[in-house]
Design a protein around this ligand. Structure first.
Ligand code: SF4
Length: 209
């Protein structure tokens, strides 16, 4: 099996509970809720995406076996710890990240976080599961570490997700031309709803990747 990867880079996690954690981000190509092509955005199930996950032409992008992927991640890890932290993201990483890959990374003492839209069952053994639900989809991952709701969205509310078994619930302002207004609304929501905390995209505020 070869994994199609848009890009791989070392940075600090910018969002949610693990903000500031040194991590190698592995961005998988493809998503099940949008093709990634602008001409299809209007008809996509998810149409507010702010990420380029199309193709394999990003930094360190390409097709990798699990062994090649591990070596690439090791080669760009700049963290101080022996344990390497990876964030599997996309696109939708669970279209590709399978049990063989997770087992292999765990055998090599990796800490594995994933950012997913929650519509695909995950392999066993992932250390940190962050689900960001999208409207008009069926959530299959109903427990995990972090639920991150992009706010606000028309006809799609955060409250029903509170009954799911996540340790942390985050509201993250939608990044659009209305970001300031979305941030204000997000803060107000969190002030009225104690179960939810604000997550800001600190990497964008700080100007890091
Ligand atoms: S589910 Fe995530 S990666 Fe897929 S189109 Fe929506 S925001 Fe982008």
């Amino acid at each position: 099996m070869k994994y199609k990867i848009k890009e791989i880079f070392f940075t600090q996690q910018g969002e949610g509970k693990n903000t500031g954690m040194n991590s190698v981000f592995i961005r998988f190509t493809g998503c099940n809720l949008w093709s990634g092509k602008e001409k299809n955005r209007g008809n996509a199930i998810c149409n507010f995406c702010d990420t380029d996950f199309y193709g394999t032409d990003g930094v360190n992008g390409g097709s990798y076996t699990k062994e090649e992927l591990l070596e690439k991640v090791k080669s760009i890890w700049m963290g101080e710890s022996k344990r390497i932290n990876v964030v599997l993201t996309g696109g939708e990483p669970l279209l590709q990240a399978d049990q063989k890959l997770i087992n292999y990374l765990k055998e090599n003492n990796f800490y594995i976080a994933i950012e997913t839209n929650g519509t695909i069952e995950p392999p066993i053994g992932i250390d940190w599961i962050c689900v960001s639900p999208k409207p008009n989809t069926k959530i299959k991952i109903t427990e995990g570490d972090e639920l991150k709701f992009i706010y606000p969205q028309p006809n799609f509310k955060p409250e029903p997700f509170e009954k799911l078994s996540f340790k942390h619930f985050y509201i993250q302002p939608m990044d659009s031309e209305k970001l300031d207004s979305n941030t204000n609304r997000s803060i107000k929501f969190c002030m009225k709803n104690a179960n939810w905390k604000i997550s800001l995209q600190s990497h964008k505020i700080l100007g890091i990747q």
